[in-house]
Design a protein around this ligand. Structure first.
Ligand code: AMP
Length: 285
């Protein structure tokens, strides 16, 4: 397994492999790898000849009061996991090689980025769109894996790749969860014991929304209220949003027709938890 630190070495490596007809699968991450990341790596390993995992805590997607300096960094452990999973390259660039002095270009995906996470974290998606554009240009993957856990991010990347004709054909992998439903996340380690016990409330709230839909409810605001009631019962949780949305535009739905995504974000202690459920709406006759 190779560790590449510079953008030029990454681009050279990909160019050589493509010349030999090798297909490249790519999993972009910020490191502190867990079973969710492992699932994406395994899917890439199965589908492509070579696998690249990037580990880069991208400063431009963190707001000034966010946890950039505290974000968990554990390259040694991440290397061991990647080696076990048969990863060919870890691309772990320095901030200086990704953003050399004088860099000024940014990428925005205005419609998808404006709501939900974009509202809570104003420059977050511009940072994500810019770094993903750079990573895809450097790695030149045939396929790229993203997690459904970050639903809005995956939707934004799909739009970005389509709009800018970028390489990398994004594939969205289902969310990997703990046995009590909590979506795995590198930030879960910051939950205290009592907060960890409270954390599955987000998944339960989304499940309550899904249950209401299964029972025939088609009114968006009423489904939203079902979810809010469940979340309100947990005193440690403060809801940022619980929403019933169109799966492509992420606009809120007043009435459900075919498909919907239930999006949720809440704060427990210092940790912001995100989750979602994608729902196929059966016709009621
Ligand atoms: P991160 O390192 O948190 O930026 O995540 C890197 C990639 O892993 C993103 O595409 C995430 O959506 C994905 N990911 C993170 N957690 C999970 C999870 N629990 N299940 C599936 N994918 C995940």
């Amino acid at each position: 397994m190779k560790i590449i630190r510079t953008t030029s070495a990454m681009a050279d490596w990909s160019r050589c492999l493509h010349r030999e007809g090798v297909t490249i699968g790519f999993v972009p991450t910020m490191g502190a790898l867990h079973e969710g990341h492992r699932a994406l790596i395994r899917a890439a390993r199965l589908a492509c000849d070579a696998v690249v995992v990037s580990i880069f805590v991208n400063p431009t997607q963190f707001g000034p009061s966010e946890d950039l300096t505290k974000y968990p960094r554990q390259l040694r452990l991440d290397q061991a996991l990647c080696r076990r999973e048969g990863v060919d390259v870890i691309f772990a660039p320095t901030v200086e090689t990704m953003y050399p002095a004088g860099a000024q270009t940014v990428v925005t995906v205005p419609r998808i980025a404006c709501r939900w996470e974009g509202h809570a974290r104003p420059h977050h998606f511009q940072g994500v769109a810019t770094v993903v554009t750079k990573l895809l240009s450097l790695v030149q993957p045939d396929k790229t894996w993203f997690g459904q856990k970050d639903y809005q991010q995956a939707a934004l990347v799909q739009q970005l790749v389509k709009d800018l004709n970028l390489p990398g054909h994004p594939i969205v992998h289902p969310t990997v969860r703990e046995s009590d439903g909590l979506a795995l996340s590198s930030r879960n380690i910051y939950l205290s014991r009592s907060e960890r016990q409270a954390a599955p409330v987000l998944y339960r709230a989304l499940q309550a929304g899904a249950g209401a839909i299964r029972a025939g409810e088609r009114n968006g605001p009423r489904i939203q209220r079902h979810m809010a009631r469940v979340a309100a019962a947990e005193p440690l949780a403060s809801v940022d949003y619980l929403a019933v949305c169109d799966p492509t535009t992420l606009d809120p739905l007043s009435t459900l027709h075919r498909r919907a995504v239930l999006l949720g974000a809440l704060r427990i202690g210092k940790v912001r938890l995100l989750d979602n459920l994608l729902i196929s709406v059966r016709r009621t006759t």
